[in-house]
Every structure is written in structure tokens, then in C-alpha cells.
Design a protein around this ligand. Structure first.
Ligand code: NAD
Length: 530
């Protein structure tokens, strides 16, 4: 919602999707302002990379204290800008990011401890290898609007703990939450330039990509992800892409149906279905399909929909008119293709804003649009299967692979099925929430993304491994150095056939020719030994 004006600088006006009222304004920053921010962050990196883990931990934990002190105000801001219930702002953004902060504050030093590598027979020659993890420089974070606080802040904390500085370009739908992150960082006492917030729309994001950051952490749609990957390639900037999902939930005959029904309702309708890991397809064994569906419909009818600030609201508003129109298109397609809409299936006319009723759909099949494209709205389409193999085939029949869930009381079967599902995270008797476990890697297979955030794997995206190799008995020239001679070639043959087997015994047989070669090199003293 840019409001370009010929006299005043352009602004983004942030609106509450539940009421249409203004939440705040943020500048639509020019490409030059974005470049300036990256330069400031780069300048700050010079000092920040040399801070100790203890110093980083102190500042990150101070930011955590600021959040705790302002928790309710932050939750309300998130709710107003994104439309989500204030309860979810607390449970799905603030609580998980506080946990992530304490974890990486306390554990990054251990996770990035230099790693000694076993280099096998090279050790016999006095060599040793250690990997140290160096920060990258400036990390650009370009998030979506759906978790506007926890995703960028969590990634920023990990980047900072690893010794990087950060520039965040919040979504144009949630700029005030982005600016709040900047305010928290300032209050915590971070040095100027350690974290810069640049507000604006897609063009500010594109300017950030072009400003040559050292890494881009992107969360958003596949289409934008492809654009960013292409632009980043021009500067060989590496990118982590956290993209869309079409996550399946598989419910077997032996599942706890009451839990599965409640999980499906939460997994499909929390954040009004606008989570990358929302349950977007439910596959249930045909023998329990009627019972599970009955329970899901019953649970759905209990949900209260209202503006996020209503503490009893379970389903809030959607983020934008564009998003609600996508949902309408998918539901219309379900109807036209022969599926049945059991509840909802329309905007909530009793509420003024962008509200779509939680919608349960039965008789869905994988051919329907709403089972293939990401809906990103409060819909729960249900399809049936009759065998384990069919469930796996249906679940994998998608361009996406972010998360999946398997519901069964047979854990062996659960793990067997989980391993066959093409998804970055598969839960057994759990759903959606593992982004909230900062200790575990998050990321997708297939079009759901590249690279990882969170966990040790996510931390590794924010550093570059540096191999430090030492020769502690550097007295003689190496046998493989120049000049080459027939003796050299014979020794190299021995390297190939004996040393390269990794066997100490076979390598021992190489000693006579190695000795000959070493004496030859010593005698030559740099002169041609022939
Ligand atoms: P989007 O792709 O429209 O926008 C994401 C961000 O990219 C915004 O900040 C936007 O301003 C910026 N942007 C747009 N064009 C750009 C360009 N050319 N260069 C640089 N930046 C640009 O996505 P969205 O609608 O905000 O988010 C919804 C999507 O995000 C869904 O597909 C959802 O599944 C996905 N998502 C994924 C995860 C995950 O962890 N995998 C998490 C949350 C959301």
C-alpha cells in the first residue's frame, strides 16, 4: 500500500486487515538508502566480527529482556498488522523466538567450536586440520508477512551470534513490526549498524539483493524466490530460500481420531491458514474418513472468528484482499470440480474486514487446483486413501515438500512412512509447530526451498568454514614438489596404489621409494637432479 506523493517522500501505510484502520507509516526507502544501510552494516561488521561470544550473548539476552518487558504491546502490534489472534502472536511468535534467542545465545559458541578433522594417514606426516567457522559479513533478511516478528528476528539473532551484521527488509504488509525489531535492538544497546531495518516493497527488497550482501535469507513465495535467486546469481551471493508449502497430513486407521481432528483444525486454521506449514491437504484412511470428518466439522463449528485483538478469537482476518481472492478461487474450483464444502466456503459477512470462514471440504482429489497450488488460507480439503502406499504416493504428488505429518499409534509404521515422504520435516502425531523449535533445522525439499534456517544446519548457513591446515614437522621438501623425475613418478605411482588405499600396511611398503625421493630432493637443493 504505497502512497507515492510528488512532494513528500513515499510512505507505506500499514493497515489492520480486520478493521482497515491505519496501524502506522514507514518510509518507502529508495535504492540508495538501502545501499547506505548495507554499507553501514558492513562498516559495523569490521568490529562486530571481533566481539566475543560472551559479548554477543550479553546483547542478545538484553534484547530478550526488552521483548519480555514489552511482550503484550508487541503481541498487539503483530496482531493488528497481520490479522492473527493476539493469542497466536504470543504462542507462535513471541514465545518461540524467546526460546530461540536463549538457545542460540547460550549455545552458538559450542555449535561453532573449531572442529578437528581426522585426516587419516596424513597425520603420520605431522599434518593436522581444523575447521573454524568464520562469519560471512552482512546478512540480508527478506521475510514474508505471515510471521513478521519471529522469522526475521530469529534469523537476525542467529546471524548476529555467528558474528555477522544484519539488514532486514520487512514485508510491506508488516513494516511496523519490522521497525519494532529495530527498536528492540537499539534498546538492547547493540552498536550502530549491527542491525539495520530498511522498509519498502519489492523494489526495496530487490535493491537489497543488488547491494551485494554476503548472504540472503529469503522467506516468501516461489515466484519471488526465483527472482531473488536469479538476481543474487549476478553477484554470486548465496541464498537460503524458505518458500511455500502444500503440506499433507496422513491419518491412518489406527490413529487417535480425536487428537488428529483437533490437530487438523489447528494445523489448517491457525494464522487463518497463512502458514507455510499449514495443513493444506488431509489424507485419511477410507475406513475412518466419516468419523474423522465428523469430528473435524464439529471442532470447526466451535471456532470463534473475530479481529485478532479479541482474546477469544481463534481465527482472525486474512492479510490482504489479494490473499482472500486466491482462497475464493480455490474454493470455487473445489465446488466446480465435484468436492463438497461442509462448513464456511465464503467471506464472513458479519465482520467488516478481510475475514474468510474456516472451510472444511470433502471428496477432494489431487487433480483439483486447491490440492496442487498453495492456498494459504483457512481451507481444509479432505481426501481418502485405502493403503499405505497410496497415502505416500498422494502425499508426494506435489511440487512442494516443506512439512508433513503422519498420524498412527504404530510408531514403526510412522517412521517408515515418514522416511518415504519428500519433505524437510515430517512429524509423527504432531503438526505444524516445529518452526518453533529453534534447535531443529527448518527448510524444504523440492520447490519449498533451498538451504535451512534454525538448528546447527541453519547456523552453518551463516558462517563460512575455514580450513586451517598445519605441518608440524616442516623440515623437508614434500615428495610431490618439483622438480619431477623418474624416481618422482615411481613414488607417485606408489601414492596412488598404496597410500591412497588408506591402509597403513600398504603405505609402509612405500617407505623405500619415499626415502629415495626425499634424498633426491635434498641432494638437488633446488637444482635439477638429473
Ligand atoms: P512474497 O514472495 O510476495 O514476498 C516476500 C518478501 O519478498 C517481501 O518482503 C517482499 O517485499 C519481498 N520481495 C518481493 N519482490 C521482491 C524482489 N523482486 N526482490 C527482493 N524482494 C522482494 O511472499 P509473501 O506473500 O510475503 O509470503 C507468502 C509466502 O511465504 C507463502 O508462499 C509462504 O508459504 C511463504 N513462507 C514460507 C516460509 C518457510 O519457512 N518456508 C515461512 C513463511 C512464509
Amino acid at each position: 500500500m504505497s502512497a507515492p506523493n510528488t512532494t513528500a517522500p513515499a510512505e507505506i501505510i500499514s493497515l489492520d486487515p480486520a478493521t482497515g484502520s491505519e496501524v502506522g507509516r514507514a518510509p518507502e526507502m529508495t535504492p540508495q538508502a538501502v545501499v547506505d544501510a548495507v554499507n553501514e552494516a558492513r562498516l559495523a561488521f569490521g568490529e562486530w566480527k571481533n566481539t566475543t561470544f560472551a559479548e554477543r550473548r550479553r546483547l542478545v539476552m538484553a534484547a530478550r529482556e526488552v521483548i519480555l518487558a514489552e511482550m503484550d504491546e508487541i503481541a498487539r502490534l503483530i496482531s493488528m498488522e497481520s490479522g492473527k489472534p493476539v493469542a497466536e502472536a504470543m504462542s507462535m511468535e513471541i514465545a518461540p523466538v524467546l526460546d530461540l534467542i536463549q538457545y542460540f545465545a547460550r549455545n552458538t559458541e559450542r555449535l561453532l567450536r573449531p572442529l578437528k578433522v581426522d585426516i587419516g594417514l596424513y597425520r603420520l606426516m605431522g599434518r593436522s586440520s581444523v575447521i573454524e567457522y568464520q562469519p560471512l559479513g552482512v546478512v540480508a533478511i527478506i521475510p514474508a508477512w505471515n510471521y513478521p516478528f519471529s522469522i526475521p528476528l530469529g534469523e537476525a539473532v542467529m546471524a548476529l551470534m555467528a558474528g555477522n551484521t544484519v539488514v532486514i527488509k520487512p514485508s510491506e504488509l508488516t513494516p511496523m513490526t519490522g521497525l519494532k525489531i529495530g527498536e528492540i535492538i537499539t534498546k538492547a544497546g547493540f552498536p550502530a549498524g549491527a542491525v539495520r531495518i530498511v522498509t519498502g516493497g519489492g523494489s526495496a527488497g530487490a535493491a537489497l539483493v543488488d547491494a551485494r550482501p554476503d548472504k540472503i535469507m529469503f522467506t516468501g513465495s516461489v515466484a519471488t524466490g526465483k527472482k531473488i535467486a536469479a538476481a543474487a546469481a549476478m553477484n554470486l551471493t548465496s541464498v537460503v530460500l524458505e518458500l511455500g508449502g502444500k503440506d499433507p497430513m496422513i491419518v491412518f486407521e489406527d490413529a487417535n481420531l480425536d487428537l488428529a481432528a483437533r490437530a487438523a483444525v489447528w494445523g489448517a486454521f491457525c494464522n487463518a491458514g497463512q502458514s507455510c506449514s499449514s495443513v493444506e491437504r488431509l489424507y485419511v484412511h477410507e475406513n475412518v474418513a466419516p468419523e474423522l470428518t465428523r469430528r473435524i466439522i464439529e471442532q470447526t463449528r466451535l471456532l470463534q472468528q473475530n479481529a485478532g485483538l479479541d482474546e477469544s478469537a481463534s481465527v482472525g482476518a486474512m492479510s490482504s484482499e489479494r490473499q482472500i481472492e486466491i482462497v475464493e478461487g480455490h474454493v470455487e474450483d473445489f465446488r466446480a470440480s465435484g468436492a463438497s464444502v461442509e462448513t464456511g466456503g465464503k467471506r464472513n459477512a458479519s465482520l467488516g474486514g478481510l475475514f474468510y470462514e474456516p472451510t472444511v471440504i470433502t471428496n477432494a482429489t489431487n487433480e483439483m487446483l486447491g490440492m496442487r497450488a498453495e492456498t494459504f488460507g483457512p481451507t481444509l480439503p479432505i481426501a481418502k486413501f485405502s493403503s499405505e502406499a497410496e497415502a505416500v504416493r498422494l502425499a508426494n504428488d506435489s511440487e512442494f515438500g516443506l512439512t508433513a505429518s503422519v498420524w498412527t499409534r504404530d510408531y514403526k509404521k510412522g517412521r517408515r512412512v515418514a522416511r518415504q515422504i519428500e519433505a524437510g520435516t515430517v512429524c509423527i502425531n504432531e503438526v505444524l509447530y516445529t518452526h518453533g523449535i529453534g534447535q531443529t533445522p527448518w527448510g524444504g525439499f523440492k520447490n519449498s526451498g533451498r538451504g535451512r534456517t534454525h538448528g546447527r544446519e541453519g547456523l552453518m548457513e551463516l558462517v563460512q568454514p575455514q580450513h586451517i591446515h598445519t605441518n608440524r614437522i616442516a623440515l623437508l621438501p614434500n615428495a610431490w614438489w618439483m622438480p619431477y623425475t623418474p624416481t618422482a613418478l615411481a613414488t607417485f605411482r606408489g601414492f596412488a596404489t598404496k597410500f591412497a588405499t588408506g591402509s597403513l600396511l600398504k603405505t609402509a611398503m612405500l617407505l623405500p621409494s619415499l626415502l629415495k625421493r626425499t634424498l633426491e630432493l635434498r641432494r638437488s637443493g633446488g637444482k635439477d637432479p638429473r
